[in-house]
Design a protein around this ligand. Structure first.
Ligand code: ADP
Length: 259
């Protein structure tokens, strides 16, 4: 697990806002215990750093704590322990309204079941995601259109989700996640509802976005999906543990060490 001391530059002439070196996500002793009764510690206190431009996967079986991790990482739940720095902002103690605002600005979500508005076109689904954007309607529409073109859906902009395939729906969801220019693309089983070929094409899109500099965090139970990460973090019984990375695995296999 990578740890970095959090240093505040109080009084520094440069504003201590997030820079290229500021981790997108930093957990320091973050844990969550559901109060019960009986209390359940679903996420044991853990440290985790996700740096700008990384592609990290979190893998674990059912009941391991993946949803709890997602809810904390995505500011849907507040941790009961530790500090969480998102783009350098300590968000662990933020109330519900503050978490919602931070979520809208910093995180783009992609869910297994797409969560699109069924009676709105692809363009409307993406445009409506820019709730925190103060720019005019024409600008929002142009950005939504560009995001849909980026994910390969320039020809389906006016289609409603019921007229789109699963892969196309997930591309709309990815465009919606990207359009507010988040720091982190947080994906929960993004290929869980897709056939193998479509899943591959959605993962290839995530790989491309990562290659363009996006920070991607994918939560999955599927080792094939987890293999797309530069780094994989395993979660089991609420305990997070860094797995040897792809490069480390290659080095081990070159040395003839079985994985
Ligand atoms: P996963 O997403 O990997 O299936 P979860 O994060 O949903 O795992 O659950 C981790 C553990 O926390 C499980 O033992 C689960 O029963 C428990 N848990 C989840 N949500 C709650 C809750 N609201 N109250 C109490 N226990 C919970």
């Amino acid at each position: 697990m990578r740890l970095r001391a959090h240093t505040r530059r109080r009084g520094s002439p440069q504003a201590p806002g997030p820079g290229p070196q500021t981790p997108v996500m930093e957990f320091r002793g973050v844990g969550l215990t559901y109060p019960g009764p009986p209390p359940v510690t679903a996420l044991r206190p853990c440290d985790l750093i996700v740096r700008r431009g990384e592609f990290v996967t979190v893998i674990g079986p059912s009941g391991s704590g993946k949803s709890t991790f997602l809810n904390v990482a995505g500011l849907l739940d507040a941790p009961t322990e530790g500090s969480y720095l998102l783009d350098g902002i300590d968000v662990a103690g933020a109330g519900e309204a503050a978490r919602a605002a931070l979520r809208g600005r910093h995180i783009g979500f992609v869910f297994q079941s797409f969560h699109l508005m069924p009676h709105r076109s692809a363009l409307e689904n993406v445009t409506l995601a820019m709730v925190y954007n103060r720019s005019g309607r024409a600008d929002r529409t142009a950005r939504a259109r560009a995001a849909l073109i980026r994910v390969g859906l320039g020809h389906r902009i006016d289609a409603v989700p019921t007229r789109l395939s699963g892969g196309e729906r997930q591309r709309v969801a990815i465009a919606r996640a990207l359009v507010a220019r988040p720091s982190l693309l947080l994906c929960d089983e993004p290929t869980g509802n897709l056939d193998t070929a479509t899943a591959e094409s959605v993962l290839a899109l995530l790989d491309e976005l990562h290659a363009e500099g996006m920070t991607v965090l994918v939560i999955t139970h599927d080792p094939a999906v987890a293999a797309h990460g530069e780094r994989t973090v395993a979660i089991r019984d609420g305990v997070l543990a860094e797995q040897p990375g792809r490069r480390a695995r290659r080095a081990l296999s070159r040395e003839g060490v079985a994985e």
